[in-house]
Ligand binder design. Structure first.
Ligand code: GSH
Length: 226
């Protein structure tokens, strides 16, 4: 095996889906930590056997480490990557406050988001879920009126973990979202979506098949503009 083939075999493999909010948060942490991996884009309607072999539940993201260990929860991937390297101090924020934000997001907010996003836009039930989601976002807006990021002055794990979900909610009906009294949340969302980091993790990749040449992630990123 050549030296470059050996180096590549030592890289973790990330099964990902560009638009999945869980995969987005994992890519944010991998990118900010500068953790090199091989990216395999997954079409959820045609999951590769290699993904199912690695993790029977076959959700994305999944990170397969060179030692064979498999991380199949987005937060585990984030914490693993940042545990190796955390140049922006994403793990410095208060762990209890971080966990509380993530619990509400992944629990109640995701519940309402799915029912708002996938139901008939005009159905009464969908509007009830939109309203319940809005209550949660109003709480975030209040926090962001007092500080630029969810856990203080600097972006942290919580911002990266919640951002893709707030983005999804906003995108269901952006005109309606923009009319809500959420000025600080909207500023936070727009600022992060316009960042080089977000552009970087949004790269378009064709769904992977075994004969494809490896796609490196992160390929190269200018850390000064993060
Ligand atoms: N708890 C998991 C959830 C991951 C998840 O549900 N991902 C969705 C895509 S956004 C998925 O893979 N769903 C499986 C499917 O649609 O077949 C995590 O945090 O990684």
């Amino acid at each position: 095996m050549s030296a470059s083939a050996r180096a590549m075999a030592e890289l973790p493999i990330l099964y990902s889906f560009r638009r999945c909010p869980y995969a987005m948060r994992a890519r944010l942490a991998l990118a900010v930590s500068g953790t090199s991996c091989i990216l395999r884009e997954v079409a959820l309607s045609r999951k590769p056997a290699e993904l199912i072999d690695a993790s029977a539940k076959a959700t994305v993201p999944v990170l397969v480490l060179a030692c064979g260990e498999v991380l199949d929860e987005s937060l585990d991937i984030m914490r693993w990557a940042l545990g190796r390297s955390d140049p922006m101090g994403w793990l410095r924020a208060d762990p209890a406050a971080t966990q509380a934000l993530i619990d509400t997001n992944d629990g109640a907010f995701k519940h309402h988001l799915d029912r708002y996003k996938y139901a008939d836009r005009h159905a009464v039930a969908s509007l009830a879920h939109r309203s319940a989601g809005l209550d949660i976002l109003s709480g975030l807006d209040e926090m962001l009126a007092a500080q630029p990021e969810l856990c203080g002055d600097a972006m942290s794990l919580a911002d990266a973990a919640l951002l893709p979900f707030v983005r999804q909610y906003a995108q269901v009906d952006r005109a309606w979202f923009d009319a809500q009294p959420l000025p600080d949340l909207r500023a936070w969302l727009d600022r992060h979506l316009a960042s080089p980091l977000f552009a970087f993790i949004s790269l378009r990749v064709q769904p992977w098949s075994p004969d494809d040449p490896p796609v490196h992630f992160p390929a190269r990123m200018d850390t000064r503009s993060r």
